[in-house]
Design a protein around this ligand. Sequence first.
Ligand SMILES: Cc1cc2nc3c(=O)[nH]c(=O)nc-3n(C[C@H](O)[C@H](O)[C@H](O)COP(=O)(O)OP(=O)(O)OC[C@H]3O[C@@H](n4cnc5c(N)ncnc54)[C@H](O)[C@@H]3O)c2cc1C
Length: 417
Amino acid sequence: MAVTHIAGAGLAGLACAVTLAKAGRAAVLYESAAHAGGRCRSYFDAQLQRQIDNGNHLLLSGNKATMSYLDDIGARGTLTGPETAGFSFLDLRTGERWTLRPNRGVVPWWILSPKRRVPGTRPRDYLSGLKLARARPGATVHAVVGANGDLYERFWKPLAVAALNIAPEEGSARLLWSVLWRTFGRGAAGCRPLVARDGLSPSLIDPALDLLADHQVPVRFNSGLKGIELGEGGACALEFAQGRIELGAGDHLVLAVPPANARELVPELTVPEGSRTIVNAHVTLPAPASLPDGGTFLGLIGGTAEWLFLRGDMASLTISGADALAERPSGEIAKLVWADTARALGLEANEQPPIRIIKERRATFAQTPEQAARRPGTRTGWRNLFLAGDWTDTGLPATIEGAVQSGRAAARAVLAG
Ligand SMILES: Cc1cc2nc3c(=O)[nH]c(=O)nc-3n(C[C@H](O)[C@H](O)[C@H](O)COP(=O)(O)OP(=O)(O)OC[C@H]3O[C@@H](n4cnc5c(N)ncnc54)[C@H](O)[C@@H]3O)c2cc1C
């Protein structure tokens, strides 16, 4: 039987393998690390003595490919979130709190209600968002929406930084629109926030590995693809430290590795260059805490951290587009983040608990208009070589949804022959 060889067991590679396995196709997954999940996983942290995620990951109910992947692996029930769409914020400078509440249906009347929109903004301020729909490919978010006072500071900036992991002055307007359209554009039904209840691996990774094991799809860890022999219009052999694999006439190769690794393996590929950092802080609180609205996460304005997620006695904070911050020693970052945490949760600021700082320096590719234009599609110039990954041309920012969508697209290309 023809075999599909998939390099990379992040979400793109896993989604590809799961789709092929469910279609009854033979596949083998190779992963250079000793674990699956890539940039989206959980692990045991010796300092905190507990399982933590490499970083907070927020999903939205409008992430259709991800929901379908979770259905495939039987794990949709492991996500948790509020019954209705709502995003609570705290301005750390003024103490002001508000909740953004998109309404049901596609007509966004929530912007007409002062109780549902950002305080200090007027309905007509939001019309600047419509300009994103018509943004030129080279336009940045900032150039399109403009720095229009409170709406910029309290809506566009946090939204752009969270969705694109880059400052709005640099981030692609078109990519931001693609998220808005598929989530806020569908009303409350598309933008209910969801998180992995017990952690990223228990939701998104481990159930996929279980499904692959059930379908006899081998997953080979510590097996980085070192080289590809290309010839006669296709890939004909794969090189691993463990040995060489010849590809048969009907075999395929899916490269689901990060862009720099893909280019190293196939120098002819055009891929996005440069990356941006996300810093995460995991804070062990003296006791389980809660947020005033009973929710599990909170947007922070005017501090160092941008989002605070709560799980029992653990607060995890995210700072995106954090290349400059990541240059500072972890101890300094911990102090800054603790000040935000104490303020947000009403805790004693002088009693800083143990904090683990994680700097993910290649969290996403640099999502500027220039780099977005370098994203390749699923198919390549080689008939049996396909690409997957959040950096390929999914039309979406580099997110779980983009990664899963790309892996499923690569599987469909393989199935199409
Ligand atoms: C801190 C952080 C926070 C994030 N927050 C969010 C969020 O809130 N919401 C959201 O939707 N997304 C978020 N993301 C983005 C999301 O995690 C990624 O888009 C997604 O995980 C990318 O999956 P991938 O499979 O494309 O790539 P990767 O996860 O990078 O997987 C690629 C895999 O290939 C392996 N590999 C590399 N070279 C080789 C080789 N030669 N042979 C074999 N294997 C190889 C790597 O080890 C890796 O496992 C966040 C990312 C980070 C880092």
